[in-house]
Design a protein around this ligand. Structure first.
Ligand SMILES: [Zn+2]
Length: 308
């Protein structure tokens, strides 16, 4: 079975202004490396649909979704927070990003594909229940998790977040929810300065100090994540796949390598193989050094699809 690759041209039109690191070229960098590596030829491509209000309502209050629709500009740019802006195309991009999460979950749980990667933006893991934040508007990975439970009846979903920033929005949505285990590593202390103050028991949060690299990351995964995941026995593994902990990414100060992204994916693929028939859905989060982002995302996708 091939891996599904879900994206949409609307996600290239969302633009927060010149010089903003969360830029359309991030998606073309991934596409370029898929071509250069030959991995792209092994994927089955899909266009992301728009998420429906019902799908979003499993995560975000209706008032919040309405407010985002109402603030969406016809032209120009409106700022939702100092880092997060909408242009005329952002609303559709955000709805496609959340819609990709739903489609990926349906494809994998419907047994059409073992795994799916969503090359979408805006990202989602800083979006709280009722608050946009840190380049994020809707929490895409949370929409996938709630769809897997609400539509497909799953009872245990794991969310793996290796972005350099803590996924505070995902934690806000799922803390204390026994149906979800969230395992994450992140630079600390660092934006958004969360994840370390008495986390709920379903949060496996492992902060890493500035300068930490492959050794510290792999130890955290092997000693922290893997035992908790084996005990939880997920029925689906979701990734918040951010690639901004890469050594070449100057957004932050962790020092992961291309190979680390292949390695962590293999560790999680083994978990998925042991517990849920290898079912994995991955949502793009951060990653701002274009070459490192493209290479690392391809390492991740290549291992998910069983090509290495
Ligand atoms: Zn990030």
């Amino acid at each position: 079975m091939t891996t599904a690759f879900i994206t949409h041209a609307d996600c290239l039109k969302h633009d927060m202004g010149a010089g903003h690191p969360e830029r359309p070229e991030r998606l073309t960098a991934i596409e370029d490396q898929l071509i250069a590596s030959g991995v792209g030829a092994h994927l089955t491509r899909y266009e992301a649909p728009l998420a429906t209000d019902e799908q979003l309502a499993r995560v975000h209050p209706a008032d919040y979704v309405r407010a985002i629709r109402e603030v969406s500009p016809r032209s120009g740019t409106v700022h939702l927070d100092p880092d997060t802006a909408m242009n005329a195309f952002t609303l559709h991009a955000a709805l496609r990003a959340a819609g990709a999460a739903v489609m990926a979950t349906d494809l994998v749980l419907g047994k059409k594909h073992n795994s799916a990667f969503c090359a979408v933006r805006p990202p989602g893991h800083h979006a709280c229940r009722a608050r946009p934040m840190g380049f994020c508007i809707f929490n895409n990975v949370a929409v996938a998790a709630r769809h897997a439970m609400g539509q497909h009846g799953l009872e245990r979903v794991a969310i793996i977040d290796f972005d350099v920033h803590h996924g505070n929005g995902t934690e806000d949505i799922f803390e204390g929810d026994e149906h979800v285990l969230m395992a994450s590593t992140f630079q600390h202390p660092f934006y958004p300065y969360s994840g370390t103050d008495n986390p709920a028991s379903n949060m496996v949060n492992i902060p890493l100090a500035a300068g930490a690299g492959s050794r510290e990351f792999r130890e955290a995964v092997k000693e922290g994540w893997i035992p908790a995941l084996d005990e939880f026995s997920p029925q689906l593994v979701l990734f918040s796949a951010g690639f901004d902990a890469h050594a070449e990414d100057d957004m932050a100060m962790l020092r992961f390598s291309d190979a680390d992204y292949g390695w962590v994916t293999a560790e999680l693929k083994a978990i998925a193989d042991r517990h849920c028939g290898g079912r994995m859905v991955s949502m793009l989060e951060g990653g701002y050094a274009l070459s490192a982002l493209g290479r690392s995302a391809v390492q991740h996708i290549k291992v998910m699809s069983g090509l290495s």
